[in-house]
Design a protein around this ligand. Structure first.
Ligand code: HEM
Length: 166
C-alpha cells in the first residue's frame, strides 16, 4: 500500500478519526455491508449508462433514444449518489492509507473525467437526439462521447478493484 506523507497524511488521519470512519472499522458487519451496497450501486450506475451508450452507438436503434434516456437517467443519478455515498464511507474507514493510494487517486480523476464527458454529451450532442430518435445511430461526435463513457467507467471499475492491491 502506498503511504502518504506530510499534510496529506494529516488530512487522512483526521478523516479516519471521524465517528463514521470508526463505526466502519469497529462494527464487524459494517464494512462488508457498505461494500456490498457499493457494488450494487456500481452495477446499477454502469448498467444504465451502458444501455444508453450502446443505443447511441447504434445498438437496438429501433428503441426510441429519448424514451430510453427518460427511463435510464433518473436511475443513473440515484445509483451515482449511492455509489458516491458508500464509496466515501469505504474511503473514510482507511483514509490515512487510501489518501496516498495512487490507484484510488486515479479512480477519483477518472470519475471526474466520466462526469465531464457526460456533461459535454448532455450539453451538446444530446440536444439533437430527435434527429436520430428511431432507426439511426447517433452522429460521430455523440458516438465518440458514448465510446469514451464506456471506456472511462470500465477503467473506474478496474481501479476500484485494484485499490486493495496497490
Ligand atoms: C461513482 C462511481 C464508482 C464506481 C463505479 C466505483 C467502483 C468500485 C469498484 C468496482 C470497487 C471494487 C469493489 C470490490 O471488488 O470489492 C470499488 C471499491 C472501492 N471504492 Fe469505489 N466506485 C465509485 C465511487 C467511489 C467513490 C466516490 C469513492 C470514495 C470517495 C470510492 C471508494 C472506494 C474504495 C475505498 C474501495 C475499496 C474497497 C476495498 O477494496 O475494500 N468509490 N469501487
Amino acid at each position: 500500500m502506498t503511504v502518504a506523507g506530510g499534510p496529506a497524511l494529516g488530512v487522512g488521519q483526521a478523516l479516519a478519526a471521524l465517528p463514521p470512519a470508526a463505526w466502519m472499522r469497529e462494527v464487524s458487519w459494517a464494512y462488508p455491508a457498505v461494500e456490498t451496497l457499493h457494488i450494487i450501486a456500481i452495477a446499477a450506475l454502469v448498467g444504465t449508462v451502458l444501455l444508453v451508450d450502446l443505443r447511441v452507438l447504434g445498438v437496438s436503434r429501433l428503441l426510441p433514444a429519448t424514451a430510453l434516456m427518460r427511463h435510464a437517467l433518473p436511475l443513473t443519478w440515484i445509483a451515482f449518489a449511492a455509489a458516491a455515498a458508500t464509496g466515501v464511507l469505504l474511503f473514510l474507514a482507511h483514509a490515512a492509507d487510501l489518501i496516498g493510494n495512487r490507484v484510488f487517486v486515479v479512480k477519483m480523476c477518472l470519475i471526474g473525467a466520466a462526469g465531464a464527458n457526460a456533461a459535454a454529451f448532455h450539453g451538446g450532442a444530446w440536444g439533437r437526439a430527435h434527429l436520430w430518435e428511431v432507426g439511426r445511430a447517433a452522429p460521430a461526435p455523440a458516438r465518440l462521447f458514448a465510446g469514451l463513457s464506456i471506456a472511462l467507467w470500465v477503467a473506474v471499475i478496474a481501479c476500484g478493484r485494484w485499490i486493495a492491491y496497490a
